[in-house]
Design a protein around this ligand. Structure first.
Ligand code: AMP
Ligand code: ZN
Length: 463
């Protein structure tokens, strides 16, 4: 039985999807105006952990992750670079998919783009206008009137007074809207938008950010669905506004479980573009860090706890990962007598792991279970109390764990030419011909292979 912390109720709840054994899930995706930093990827790794856990527990999952390819930032920066909006966002979208793959994040079923769903957004705005929940401001923009939605603030746990207090010091009459907290559903065209606009029934302009997610989630998942994820910064106003829009338009409970991840910090501050304290994944890969180590680091702290990023932490993550990889490799060359009690050990650890991840994705416990299993199995191997059949069972259990953790890389095959080069370098090292060994290492790097020497021999990886 899965229990998950729901931001809506601020409680750990028993997870029961609307439809038996089927989960409809929406993850707020990236705004594609640059390459995401690894703080952003903490959000996607957290969503991936939930996605994988649901699959592991036997649910069918339909996962949607949107791409915000039109908003203030994409327009601003595409103009700066004198590019059309789609030409500007294209390389970042491509880069995003490359990063997802490098981080072993399972793909979503659909990655809808905001620019391809304008008519769906207009449709919802028209419903809101008709119901009197939205209105046209003096500036021709269309706003959502938060006073018309009684439950406004239910996710962020803010009452109307707090909302107004937050806006104190701002005089409402300086605005084109009726209430300073009302938010834009549709932004009327201005010169600053250049050639980015849509001519629609509700005027010439472009959508606000929040309406994008209401339109894309309900289009693919229905007016009510199970899970919506994002970082804690999205609780307010983004997700609060999504609820107001969707429930305001459709009169149905929008989302059952809201799940939010905490910050990735750098020296106590949120990693963010604006503070300049960020690493992109490609920054780290260029420094020869392994993308799986980044995944491990982002995964290994519970999603609701803040995580302080350091390069030292990343190295420690790599070491933990190496222990897992070494263990799996060791299992592949076992030659001993089988231990008849080993199946019971496997069953015990499988149960423990399942109960850990089922408890609000308790990753620390789940990893501890796996490392205890590795430790116990290694002791049996050392005592020669472990055979080929046991190794197969152990490997299957590691794969079971990995369906949730995603830390094992599929074995890549080397061409004969490259494998021979590695052998020649090994020989050169044995012969103490370090000059030749170094030369071969450099040649291999040019061919896209990096070598790492370790006590258990040389390892290679593709760049
Ligand atoms: P954005 O592209 O800014 O909309 O952000 C994409 C996702 O990354 C959102 O779910 C954010 O909440 C999340 N996010 C941004 N910065 C961080 C951070 N430093 N730590 C964790 N999540 C973050
Ligand atoms: Zn969103």
């Amino acid at each position: 039985m899965l229990k998950i912390f729901n931001t809506l109720t601020r409680k750990k709840e028993v997870f029961k999807p609307l439809e038996n054994k089927k989960v409809r899930m929406y993850a707020c995706g990236p705004t594609v105006y640059n390459f995401p930093h690894i703080g952003n990827y903490r959000a996607y790794v957290a969503a991936d952990l939930l996605h994988r856990t649901l699959l592991y527990l036997g649910y069918k999952v339909k996962l949607i992750m949107n791409l915000t390819d039109v908003d203030d930032k994409t327009i601003r920066d595409s103009k700066k670079e004198k590019k059309k909006l789609d030409a500007f966002t294209k390389p970042f979208i491509k880069g995003f998919f490359e990063d997802l793959k490098a981080l072993n994040i399972l793909p979503a079923d659909i990655y809808p783009r905001a620019t391809e769903h304008i008519s769906e957004m207009v449709k919802i705005i028209k419903i809101l206008l008709k119901k009197g929940i939205a209105y046209k401001g003096k500036d021709d923009c269309i706003y959502y009137s938060i006073n018309k939605f009684k439950k406004y603030g239910k996710l962020a746990h803010l009452d109307k007074e707090q909302l107004l207090a937050g806006a104190s010091g701002i005089r409402a009459d300086e605005y084109s809207k009726e209430n300073v907290r009302d938010f834009a559903l549709w932004k009327a065209y201005t010169k600053d938008d250049g050639n980015v606009f849509w001519d629609t029934d509700i005027g010439k302009g472009r959508p606000g950010w929040h309406i994008e997610c209401s339109a894309m989630s309900t289009k693919y998942l229905g007016k009510s669905f199970d899970v919506h994820t994002g970082g804690v910064d999205l609780i307010f106003p983004h997700h609060e506004n999504e609820i107001a829009q969707s429930e305001g338009a459709f009169d149905k409970k929008f989302v059952k479980y809201w799940i939010h991840n905490e910050w990735l910090l750098v020296e106590g501050k949120k990693m963010s573009k604006s503070l300049g304290n960020f690493y992109t994944l490609r920054d780290l890969l260029e420094k020869d860090y392994d993308s799986f180590a980044v995944r491990y680091l982002l995964l290994a702290t519970h999603y609701r706890q803040q995580l302080n990023f350091t390069l030292k932490g990343l190295e420690a993550a790599k070491n933990s990962l190496q222990r897992i990889w070494d263990f799996v490799e060791r299992l592949e060359s076992i030659e001993g007598k089988n231990n008849s009690k080993f199946s019971d050990i496997v069953v015990k650890y499988s149960k423990k792991f399942k109960s850990a991840v089922s408890d609000d994705l308790d990753i620390s416990k789940a990893l501890a279970v796996m490392f205890d299993f590795i430790h116990d199995t290694n002791r049996l191997i050392e005592k020669n109390d472990f055979g080929k059949k046991n190794a197969k069972e152990a490997l299957n259990l590691m794969k079971e764990f990995d369906s949730v953790l995603g830390l094992l890389r599929e074995k890549e095959k080397l061409s004969k030419e490259l494998a021979d080069l590695i052998k020649q370098r090994e020989k050169a090292r044995k012969d103490k011909n370090f000059k030749l060994a170094d030369k071969i290492r450099k040649d291999l790097k040019k061919k896209g292979i990096i070598l790492e020497d370790s006590c258990s021999g040389v390892r290679w990886k593709k760049i």
